[in-house]
Design a binder for this molecule. Sequence first.
Ligand SMILES: O=P(O)(O)OC[C@H]1O[C@](O)(CO)[C@@H](O)[C@@H]1O
Length: 548
Amino acid sequence: MSLEALKQHYEQIKNVHMRDMFAQDHNRAAKFSVRLDSESDFMVFDYSKNRVTEETMNLLLRFAREKQLNEHIEAMFRGDAINTTEKRAVLHTALRNLTGTPVLVDGKNVMPDVMAVLAHMREFSSAVRSGRWLGYTGKPITDVVNIGIGGSDLGPVMVTEALKPYSGQIRAHFVSNVDGTHIAEVTKKLNPETCLFIISSKTFTTQETMTNAASARSWWLDHTHAPEMVKRHFVAVSTNTKAVREFGIDTANMFEFWDWVGGRYSLWSAIGLSICLSVGYEWFEELLRGAEAMDRHFRTAPLEQNIPVLMGMLGIWYNDFFHCESHAVLPYDQYLHRFAAYLQQLDMESNGKHIRLDGSPVEVPTGAVVWGEAGTNGQHAFYQLIHQGTHVIPADFVMPLETHNPVGPHHAMLMSNCIAQTEALMVGKSLETVKAELRAEGKLSASEIEVLAPHKTFDGNRPTNTIVLRKVTPRSLGMLIALYEHKVFVEGIMWGINSFDQWGVELGKVLAKAILPELTAPSFAHGHDASTNALIDLVRSKMAPSAR
Ligand SMILES: O=P(O)(O)OC[C@H]1O[C@](O)(CO)[C@@H](O)[C@@H]1O
């Protein structure tokens, strides 16, 4: 069994320093890099600065084969109901299957419906962007507001921010939080004559989204007194036609998607309408093409050359063997400043699971805590802990070679920082080197050097991946996002969990619904624990008329 072999191998390798691995193998960088081209874009996945040898990778891939990873990949693409707890297929890959090759769900080819919705998105976004779609006073739309949360928000926000250089005249806004401040601050910037609300919710029942949507409609009606014109200013993206109609949205302006698209995998569906409106359908399609290129690679490349597989198996290596609990994602491009927030849902909602597919408890920790920050900002905040803290935190550095804003020396500085960080994390700085430097400076006594030097040493041997892109373009972004989707899938398969449900968010939702009426109830709360009762009463003292 490769698991046993991996355990033994881990014991042999756990203290080996990457510095020595590089010294012993001058070909290491080339050996542990994979390049994927797609038209004029490319991605280079350099995983040479990881605590692995060829034997490690061979054993990890043998482990993947034992878990029948290839068969699982095929089952997902084929449309099998791999989301077993919800009895659903998982087919975000069909959304970017632009060749239109049939994909069957319960014997029905879903591709004609996928293409029809894409055509609807193309037609609608072109009408709005060209000024043909008019508001109730005959003026073109200037501002689009996506109202959604979780997967109906994070993907569109992240992509819209990442593709700002491709955006046109339409300003995109996003409201997600049920905190009234969010909708209030966004509506302050809007003209009711020229704004368009997209209510994005797979279920069309999510409390936050439906509350924000109702408040947006009230705000709009208060300003316009034109209920018959709601249809010009509100459209919906959902799987729930009945609820969309009940909300008062013309179902001709509803963009459909399907239960086989998971919320956090939905930016490729009509949930991407705000992206389309911001950058235009052509660039949206380029995003899909980038993801499609990664899908093809994931489905066909041998495991040894398969970037999502390699990345996922490195995740398994650090999680299962080194017991690393968190994973940093560090994009060196300001346009990717929401990338880590987006990945938090993708990874943590997918793989934060304690039960395996067969109902038994998982045997290893699952799902790293994902976090990160763009560019050099993180260096001046939390990198200290990554360099010298007691936790080993594997990190992904995303490094686009070209910038959209070639301002003076900025880009060279950004790149040099990115590369320097991966080098420093790998090589570290030994006690002897630090002491020698301090002695050469000649400012401190020998005893002072003894005390100071350990503070200035870096163990190094901190693992990083470097993901090099030509530039942040719609195509390369599509590749990048799909890479992480598939990496999360690989890890989920290895842990034997269902990466596509999210029961863990339900309990809080149910309890919040129960607590809501208690906040304005005439009597003290008593049905909870003492802390919860007291907190409810504190809010009640501000809200319940009889308690004032
Ligand atoms: O699109 P909906 O149905 O409003 O759901 C929003 C989000 O809520 C969740 O179901 C749970 O937070 C996410 O998975 C989903 O992305």
